[in-house]
Design a protein around this ligand. Structure first.
Ligand code: SF4
Ligand code: SF4
Ligand code: FES
Length: 359
């Protein structure tokens, strides 16, 4: 008899369909049942490291991690109960006893990084615990230009190291030392630029507490920023990115959440960090037309387009369409490249259209 890959499970008394191989968290999330997480990232294999997502599974003596526990037919799961509430209260309080707090100058909100641990702590009545002395090593001499690590905000969820391994396949950072001295380190505590690190910044993006932050984004990042979704123009992949602007100035770039766009929450070093050029004083901000005096003069877009089309039409009238050639770029979007060939073929009647990726 062939065993079906789909079955039903019960979560908090409700019946949901599930597929073999899915985790409790995946089934719950798909059906709008909230389970808190910290070490979970949908791009990574489950690690079950933070214990924030523990749920009750019928027949199991211990609470089990929803992010890693695979569902089975007719499984009965409870995601909210007195026992789970007590577990969360103790766990979050213990995390905070080893975590820099607001009063001690913890994660400045101005960095724009969310601290998910603080958000979870707001849902419980914390137990006052003595602060734990945990002398975890940072990398004070790490003069890489982009990434800063603050061990006082690290909860050792290993999302950064797993991301570096499983998504980037770089392994530049790792969990090092033991016990209360466990930290996120590079080989020999070298600067990231002296390791295999590609400075993609994915570790910043996945870090749930702001222990990894961007050096480059202004420390006093304005809280009121406007977010604009756009396409990266550094290569032809078409990664989506969110531009954060304040007073019309670009202050930071982040990736849309995993699963939302084709780049699945990832960006490369150029997409994430190379945005200084946007406000460089040498950039042209308006079209220029070379007038009869031989000098370039500012013009409106309407004027510039008119002058360019008149010039190309003059060439076509005198020498024929094939005297014209159009060159586009792999850095443009596919829509822009389509429009360029349309301009070449339909408007000017030539197949002389080329793009750098075609070589
Ligand atoms: S920036 Fe990218 S390559 Fe470097 S440590 Fe972080 S995830 Fe790894
Ligand atoms: S630096 Fe951030 S992502 Fe890495 S282990 Fe610490 S808290 Fe987790
Ligand atoms: S999210 Fe499940 S153990 Fe961390």
């Amino acid at each position: 008899m062939i065993k079906s890959n789909s079955f039903t499970v019960e979560i908090n008394g409700q019946t949901y369909s599930a597929d073999a191989g899915e985790t409790v968290y995946e089934v719950a999330q798909r059906n709008g049942v909230e389970i808190p997480t910290l070490c979970h990232d949908p791009r990574l294999d489950p690690a079950g490291a933070c214990r924030v997502c523990l749920v009750e599974v019928e027949g199991q003596r211990r609470l089990q991690p929803g992010c890693a526990w695979k569902v089975d037919a007719d499984m009965k799961i409870q995601t909210e109960s007195d026992r789970i509430s007590r577990h969360r209260q103790v766990l979050y309080s213990m995390y905070m006893s080893d975590h820099r707090t607001d009063e001690e100058g913890g994660l400045p909100e101005e960095t724009g990084n969310v601290n998910q641990l603080r958000e979870l702590c707001a849902t419980i009545d914390p137990i006052p615990l003595e602060k734990v002395e945990a002398p975890r090593a940072a990398r004070p001499g790490d003069d890489n230009p982009y990434i800063e690590f603050d061990p006082e905000l690290c909860i050792l969820c290993a999302r950064c190291t797993r991301y570096c391994d499983e998504v980037e396949a770089v392994n530049a950072i790792t969990l090092a030392e033991r016990g209360s001295e466990t930290t996120i380190a590079t080989a020999g505590q070298r600067s990231l630029i002296d390791t295999s690190c590609e400075l993609c910044g994915g570790c910043i993006d996945t870090c749930p507490t702001g222990a990894l932050i961007e050096k480059k984004a202004p420390k006093l990042m304005p809280l009121e920023t406007k977010t604009t979704r756009t396409t990266c123009n550094f290569c032809g992949v078409g990664c989506q990115m969110d531009l954060h602007t304040h007073n019309n100035r670009l202050v930071k770039i982040t990736s849309p959440a995993p699963g939302e766009t084709l780049n699945d929450g990832n960006l490369c070093v150029k997409g994430r960090f190379a945005y200084d050029f946007v406000h460089h004083e040498d950039r042209l901000t308006e079209p220029l037309i070379r007038r009869e005096d031989g000098q370039l003069h500012p013009a409106t877009w309407d004027e510039a387009i008119k002058v360019a089309s008149e010039g190309m039409n003059r060439v076509k009238a005198k020498y024929g369409s094939d005297a014209l050639g159009f060159v586009s770029s792999s850095r443009c979007t596919i829509e822009e490249n389509y429009l360029m060939q349309k301009l070449s073929r339909a408007a000017f009647g030539t197949n002389n259209i080329h793009q750098c990726a075609a070589t």
